[in-house]
Design a protein around this ligand. Structure first.
Ligand code: HEM
Ligand code: HEM
Length: 193
């Protein structure tokens, strides 16, 4: 059986497997990043625990790369039209929310990277493989700005994700439309939709 690239792309009425996989993979990674990130503050600042920081930083940079790939794929593979019957104002709010989510999941790793750079810490090795370049020279003002941005942007992300998830379940449970289903793999093998 040949796998056609068109079957991986997004169609007019649903997200294809590449967009779906990236959506759910990034969701899981961000959840893990949040849990580890929030516990960093309470870790003793001793070399014994530095690997936890390094894991958070390396995974965060992997998220940055995945989001860039996801956006490039979205540009190439197109986006489904709004679910039939969606009022224009709702489609607009959904589009704005999606772009804000993208902005935030780019800004989170970038602010973390800037924070790491401006702190003048030891070199960061990406999963121990290669040294990550620093984005800025050591500078306490930039460090404090990036640290605050990393923390505050996270809470904005939490609020937007809550809205986003509530909207997805509202559509699924109360409107009983395809909004959630079209971000999930097809059920059964009929392939009729
Ligand atoms: C998707 C990406 C990321 C998410 C969702 C994320 C999330 C978080 C969260 C929730 C915190 C705790 C903030 C607080 O309440 O103080 C945190 C802390 C931290 N993050 Fe990230 N982060 C990401 C990427 C990165 C990257 C790429 C780096 C560095 C290269 C980084 C470096 C740090 C550091 C050093 C702290 C500890 C701050 C401190 O306690 O001094 N993060 N992160
Ligand atoms: C339980 C958690 C989540 C659920 C149930 C969910 C559900 C969905 C659904 C149903 C769509 C398709 C909407 C449509 O077709 O109009 C979607 C799209 C999207 N979601 Fe989520 N989502 C979740 C978590 C997240 C998280 C954590 C993020 C980012 C931080 C995120 C970012 C996006 C973005 C940017 C889109 C636009 C489509 C794309 O370009 O991939 N989602 N989500």
């Amino acid at each position: 059986m040949t796998l056609r690239i068109t079957s991986l792309k997004n169609s007019v009425d649903r997200w294809g497997p590449v967009s779906q996989s990236l959506h759910w993979l990034i969701m899981l990674l961000i959840l893990g990043m949040a849990v580890v990130g929030l516990s960093l503050d309470s870790l003793p600042k001793s070399p014994k625990y530095f690997w936890v920081y390094d894991l958070h930083k390396s995974t965060g940079l992997a998220v940055l790369a995945l989001v860039v790939i996801r956006l490039a794929w979205r540009l190439y593979a197109g986006t489904p039209a709004p679910v039939a019957g969606t009022p224009v104002w709702q489609a607009r709010i959904a589009a704005i929310t999606h772009w804000m989510l993208y902005a935030l999941i780019l800004a989170m790793p970038l602010s973390g990277w800037l924070y790491d750079s401006a702190s003048g810490l030891r070199p960061l090795k990406w999963f121990g493989l290669f040294t990550v370049p620093k984005l800025a020279a050591p500078d306490p003002a930039v460090r404090d700005f990036a640290r605050a941005a990393h923390e505050w942007l996270f809470w904005v992300l939490v609020a937007l994700v809550a809205l986003h998830v509530a909207a997805a379940f509202y559509h699924h449970i109360f409107q009983n439309d395809d909004t959630l289903r079209r971000m999930l793999p097809r059920r059964g093998s009929s392939g009729s939709r």
